[in-house]
Design a protein around this ligand. Structure first.
Ligand SMILES: NCc1[nH]cc(CCC(=O)O)c1CC(=O)O
Ligand SMILES: [Zn+2]
Ligand SMILES: [Zn+2]
Length: 328
């Protein structure tokens, strides 16, 4: 048999250069944002068993850890606070403690690496006694207004400490608007980027992160604020709401199981950079499969990341960032 003209596609992508032309956009180092866990013992570096290859870092260890990565082309990081000794309470007061790990790390990184873009995750769950992402009513349900106000307060503290970007992951209604207002009112509206975890789903893939950050809820779950996995409509509404409320970058999280949502975001918010978070469970799954001999780690890291970009991401939060700095 002979193939019809219309059957033959492979001539168009059999060369490395023609494959590049066929890609929506190739991967480059500037697309990677590296998530980093900062703990309150300044001198430690403790491996996180659920996240192979990732550690909890003390502020004094950041120079030795980040310096070589910056030399290899690291452009941005996102910081997560992992306080181990602080007094947690109902409002997450330690979140913006001026001597807390995140604020100290922002100052330190700004000083050490003037060209590094520093984003900070903004949430309360690492700092509340109940482990939920907002402030609760007596009956354990979310109290929306004080939650958004408190989140905005924390975001402002990070911005004032020098963060280039604040990224609320709490999923409280109204928080994007509250943060943007707060930044503008305090003279930081034009200095600090607001990246919203807009379509953040209630996912089983956050398990390793909650281990790493000690942020699992002490009762119940997060299903009343994170989105139901099959709720495409809610995800689209959340994305549109966040653009109206002042987000500068829209994020979808997790990444791989939600590529359709990412593609929707690209169409709903075509004028915004889009971020995707390849979360801890996605990373752990890929590493575990590779260790079990199911596939090659590098092949899978590339394939999943390229898929995320193909779906519409301009920016990827990835635990594979250090490897990609070597691979690209
Ligand atoms: N608000 C907490 C937060 N911020 C980022 C992640 C997940 C990141 C990851 O799994 O890599 C989570 C977990 C959660 O919502 O329970
Ligand atoms: Zn949270
Ligand atoms: Zn968070």
């Amino acid at each position: 048999m002979t193939l019809d003209i219309s059957s033959v596609l492979q001539g168009g992508y059999n060369h490395p250069l023609s494959r590049q032309w066929q890609s929506r956009r190739g991967l480059d180092k500037s697309m990677f944002m590296y998530p980093i866990f900062i703990t309150d013992d300044p001198t430690t570096c403790v491996e996180i068993s659920s996240l192979p290859g990732q550690c909890r870092w003390g502020v004094d260890r950041l120079e030795g850890f980040i310096g070589p990565l910056v030399k290899k082309g690291l452009k941005s990081v996102i910081l997560f606070g992992v306080p181990l000794t602080c007094e947690k309470d109902g409002r997450g007061n330690p979140a913006d403690d001026p001597q807390g790990p995140v604020i100290l790390a922002i100052r330190k990184l700004r000083e050490l690496f003037p060209t590094l873009f520093i984003a900070t995750d903004v949430c309360l769950c690492e700092y509340t006694s109940h482990g939920h992402c907002g402030i609760l009513h007596e009956d354990g349900t979310i109290n929306a207004v004080p939650s958004a106000e408190r989140i905005a307060e924390v975001a402002l503290a990070y911005a004032q400490a020098g963060a280039h970007c604040v990224a609320p992951s709490d999923m409280m209604d109204g928080r994007v608007k509250a943060i943007k207002r707060k930044l503008i009112d305090n003279g930081l509206g034009n200095k600090c980027l607001l990246m919203s975890y807009s379509a953040k789903f209630a996912s089983g893939l956050y398990g390793p992160f909650r281990d790493a950050a000690g942020s699992a809820p002490s009762f119940g779950d997060r299903k009343c604020y994170q989105l139901p996995p099959s709720a495409k409509g809610l995800a689209r509404r959340a994305i549109q709401r966040d653009t109206v409320e002042g987000a500068d970058i829209i994020m979808v999280k997790p990444a791989l199981p939600y590529l359709d949502v990412l593609a929707d975001a690209a169409q709903l918010a075509p004028d915004y950079p889009l971020a995707a978070y390849q979360v801890s469970g996605e990373y752990a799954m890929i590493v575990a499969g590779a260790r079990a001999g199911v596939y090659d780690l590098r092949v899978m890291a590339f394939e999943t990341t390229e898929s995320i970009v193909r779906a519409g991401a301009t920016l990827i939060l990835s635990y594979f960032t250090p490897q990609f700095l070597d691979w690209l």
